[in-house]
Structure formats: structure tokens, C-alpha cells
Ligand binder design. Structure first.
Ligand SMILES: Cc1cc2nc3c(=O)[nH]c(=O)nc-3n(C[C@H](O)[C@H](O)[C@H](O)COP(=O)(O)OP(=O)(O)OC[C@H]3O[C@@H](n4cnc5c(N)ncnc54)[C@H](O)[C@@H]3O)c2cc1C
Length: 407
């Protein structure tokens, strides 16, 4: 167990009686929002409350894939800015986030997938995001390990190639943002669980924790897979979120063979090679909602079969670690970012599903602006909760036709 009196960042903070803002969850979005609140808006009296340790949620479990070629016009600009921010933050935080700009290949295995990719590419290009269609022969030239034979389960017709994407070291992002937030005076309280949110006359006034009550006029809900339960049990606000378990694993370290991120909807698998040499691979999601973080033997077999059909040179390579984490999925595969309308001072940033690593830099920046000024920035407006009641879903599920397995 971590000792809550010995935090990893800065001097051990004492829990104060009141804060200008309280952030629920020491994950990607909570840490990024705190950092930008302090750096861009001068709000430094902030508490980040984390029930376990920073990075305990999806932040420390994701497979580190970043890209900007989302499907809809509302989503692409946010992801584009998030991608552009990795090198900027590496400098600003003085912490190497290890952005490896290797590009992403979304493999296509049917004419229908190629047609869907054409639409996704057009959307991306329209917003100035580089994305191209390439044929199977070009895929092979770019990645000699790839199997483009026609007698495999899902022969490769081509790929959607997105050069600006790649991978970023996920734990470095957690530690870098925590370092940045702590440097500006934010308090990171690990092993501090929020147990209640108190509202008086329609305004947030305090939060209850297992270490006492903290007064605050602003709360951000950024608790990843736990957000929907917190929202419902503490405030009675139902969010259209299903919580599913996603699994991932890594092989033993190998010499460089995967020079791009690959993903395949048909095989329902994706893979990238970490800077350490491991092949990180994932995609499986339990088909039923659950809050477990259990792994399954079924998935190991599925992944071994899928990956070795696409990359036969991996036959015989050992999986070394296998883990899973929660994904907070919305019906339109787009997040909920909202605030100040249901309850004054109550902000939400959740429903990220399996896209919340790649987006956290830009959303942290804009959620911070929203919380500091009370005005929702234009780029976040399409993500309001009310869209579900108005039947105006975002259509980001269309991305699944092409990506399906992609993070
Ligand atoms: C296996 C896997 C692979 C993935 N791969 C990718 C990928 O390649 N690319 C990508 O973009 N995304 C990926 N994701 C998704 C991504 O990790 C999440 O979308 C992201 O972590 C969400 O960030 P967050 O800050 O909202 O939540 P989290 O990072 O989950 O943080 C939430 C935090 O809130 C804390 N918390 C919960 N309840 C309380 C409470 N009551 N009090 C205090 N603290 C609380 C939790 O302990 C947790 O630390 C993947 C996810 C998984 C599980």
C-alpha cells in the first residue's frame, strides 16, 4: 500500500479545509485539467483527489496509442490539437513524454471497409489532418513483417495511413502532468476517496471524502470508469454510460519489427512496439457491462491467433503481462463534457471509452478554461450531456466501421 503521507510529487500536502476547485480522479483528464487551471488561469488552490494512486485507472493501463483521425467534424479538431500538444508539453513540463511519431495503419479487409475509410479520410483531410488510403503492396513495403497473403482469414485490401499519430509513454504522461500540477501548487491527495458531493441552493458547496469534508465552489468529475456511478449515487444524475472491461497485453521485448501502430477491425486486434521493444496489443472488450478488471484465457488465445496471422514472425513469442481496465462507453462513442447547467459549479469530463488517452491534453486545456471562466469554449459545446435527450448523437460510432479494434 502507498503511504498517503509520502506523495510522489513535491512536499507532502496537508489536506486543507477548502479549495477553489476539487478534481475527482487522479487520471489523465483530472491531472491535465489541474495543470492547465494552474498554469493558464492562475488557479492554484486546487485539490486532485485520487482514491488509490495517480494512474490507477485507464491512465496507467492504456496501450498508449495517439492519433487524430476521428470520424466527425466535432471530434477531429479536439484530437488534432491534443496530438499537436505532446511535443509542446514535453518541453513545458520538462519531462520526456516519449512521443514516438511512428504513424498509424488501420488495416482494411473488405471493399466496405475501404469505402468507410474513404469517408474518414475525407473528414480528416477536410480538417487539415494527414490521412491517406494505401494499397496492400504499399503496406508491405512500409512494414515488411505484415502478411498480405490472400489465403489468410481476413486478407488485407489496404490501409488508412495516418502519419502524424503514434504512441506516447502513458506513465510518463501521468508523472509529467502530476509534476507540472504540483509545481504550480496543486495538491495531489492519493488514497483519498470522494464519497459525496454536497449541493445547496443549486450550487456545489463541498465534497465528502474518507478523510473529511472539503469546502469548494467547483467540482470536476473525471473518474473514468467510475464516473457514472459517482454521478448517479452522489447526485442522482444518470449518465448514458456503460462500463466495460478492456484487456491488453505485452510480449517479451524484441528487436524493432513494428515500425507503425497497426490495427484491424476484422481481426479485432491492434499492436504497437514500445520503445522498450515489447509488442503491446489489445482490443478485446467484454460484451457485458462490468466493473471487474479481470483478464481471460479466451482473450490470450484470440490475441495470439489474430496477431500471428497478421505478423507471422511473432509465432512462438511469449506474452509477459496481461491486464485490463474499465472503459466508460457512451452510445455515440464520444465523451460528455459539460458543466454549470444542472448544478452550478459541477463539471463533468467522462465517457471517454477507449479514446481518453489521446485526447487528454487538449481536453484538459479546454475544461480548465471552462472551469475558470464559467463559459464553455466553442470546441467543447458539441459534447454536452443534453445531446442524448435531444437525440442528437455525434455519429462517432461510424469510426468503428473502419477502426473497430483501434484505440
Ligand atoms: C486496456 C486499455 C487500453 C486503452 N488504450 C488506449 C489507447 O491506446 N489510446 C487511448 O486514447 N485510450 C486508451 N484507453 C482509454 C483511456 O485509458 C481512458 O479513456 C482514459 O484513461 C480516461 O481518462 P480519465 O482521466 O477519464 O480516467 P482514468 O484515467 O481512469 O482516471 C480516473 C481516476 O479516478 C479515480 N477515482 C474513481 N473514483 C474515485 C473516487 N470516488 N474518489 C477519488 N478518485 C476516484 C480512479 O482511481 C482513477 O485513478 C485504454 C483503456 C484501457 C483500459
Amino acid at each position: 500500500m502507498l503511504d498517503r503521507h509520502k506523495p510522489l510529487w513535491g512536499k507532502p500536502p496537508q489536506l486543507k479545509k477548502s479549495y477553489d476547485a476539487v478534481i475527482i480522479g487522479g487520471g489523465l483528464h483530472g491531472l491535465a485539467t489541474a495543470y492547465f487551471l494552474a498554469r493558464h488561469h492562475g488557479m492554484q488552490n486546487i485539490a486532485i483527489l485520487e482514491k488509490r494512486y495517480i494512474g490507477f485507472g485507464g491512465a496507467g493501463r492504456n496501450t498508449a496509442i495517439v492519433r487524430a483521425n476521428q470520424r466527425t467534424q466535432a471530434n477531429v479538431p479536439l484530437y488534432k490539437e491534443a496530438l499537436d500538444l505532446w511535443p509542446v508539453l514535453t518541453k513545458e513540463l520538462d519531462y520526456n513524454l516519449m512521443f514516438f511519431n511512428c504513424g498509424n495503419l488501420n488495416l482494411l479487409h473488405s471493399e466496405a471497409a475501404v469505402s468507410a475509410a474513404r469517408m474518414a479520410i475525407a473528414s480528416a483531410q477536410f480538417q487539415g489532418v494527414e490521412s491517406h488510403l494505401i494499397d496492400a503492396k504499399t503496406c508491405k513495403e512500409m512494414m515488411p513483417a505484415l502478411n498480405i497473403a490472400e489465403d489468410i482469414t481476413y486478407p488485407i485490401f489496404g490501409a488508412m495511413y495516418h502519419p502524424p499519430g503514434g504512441i506516447v509513454r502513458h506513465d510518463a504522461v501521468v508523472w509529467g502532468l502530476a509534476k507540472g500540477a504540483a509545481k504550480y501548487g496543486c495538491h495531489i491527495h492519493q488514497q483519498t476517496e470522494v464519497t459525496g458531493i454536497n449541493v445547496e441552493n443549486g450550487k456545489v458547496v463541498s465534497v465528502d471524502t474518507d478523510r473529511g469534508t472539503l469546502n469548494t465552489p467547483r467540482v470536476l468529475l473525471s473518474a473514468g470508469g467510475y464516473s457514472a456511478a459517482i454521478s448517479y449515487h452522489m447526485l442522482g444524475i444518470k449518465l448514458p454510460i456503460s462500463v466495460l472491461n478492456i484487456q491488453a497485453m505485452v510480449t517479451q521485448p524484441l528487436k524493432p519489427i513494428l515500425n507503425h501502430v497497426i490495427s484491424s477491425g476484422a481481426y479485432h486486434a491492434y499492436a504497437n512496439q514500445t520503445l522498450k521493444g515489447e509488442i503491446a496489443t489489445g482490443a478485446h472488450m467484454d460484451a457485458w457491462p462490468n466493473y471487474t478488471t479481470q483478464t481471460t484465457a479466451y482473450y490470450i488465445r484470440h490475441q495470439a491467433q489474430a496477431i500471428t496471422e497478421m505478423l507471422p514472425c511473432l509465432k512462438g513469442v511469449k506474452f509477459m503481462r496481461h491486464w485490463s481496465g474499465l472503459a466508460d462507453m457512451t452510445p455515440d462513442m464520444a465523451p460528455i463534457m459539460d458543466g454549470n447547467n444542472l448544478i452550478e459549479g459541477y463539471f463533468m469530463n467522462c465517457g471517454w471509452g477507449y479514446f481518453g488517452f489521446k485526447s487528454c491534453t487538449a481536453t484538459g486545456k479546454y475544461m480548465a478554461q471552462f472551469m475558470a471562466t464559467g463559459e464553455c469554449p466553442d470546441i467543447l459545446k458539441p459534447f454536452h450531456l443534453g445531446r442524448y435527450a435531444q437525440h442528437r448523437l455525434m455519429g462517432e460510432t461510424a469510426a468503428l466501421v473502419t477502426y473497430t479494434a483501434d484505440n
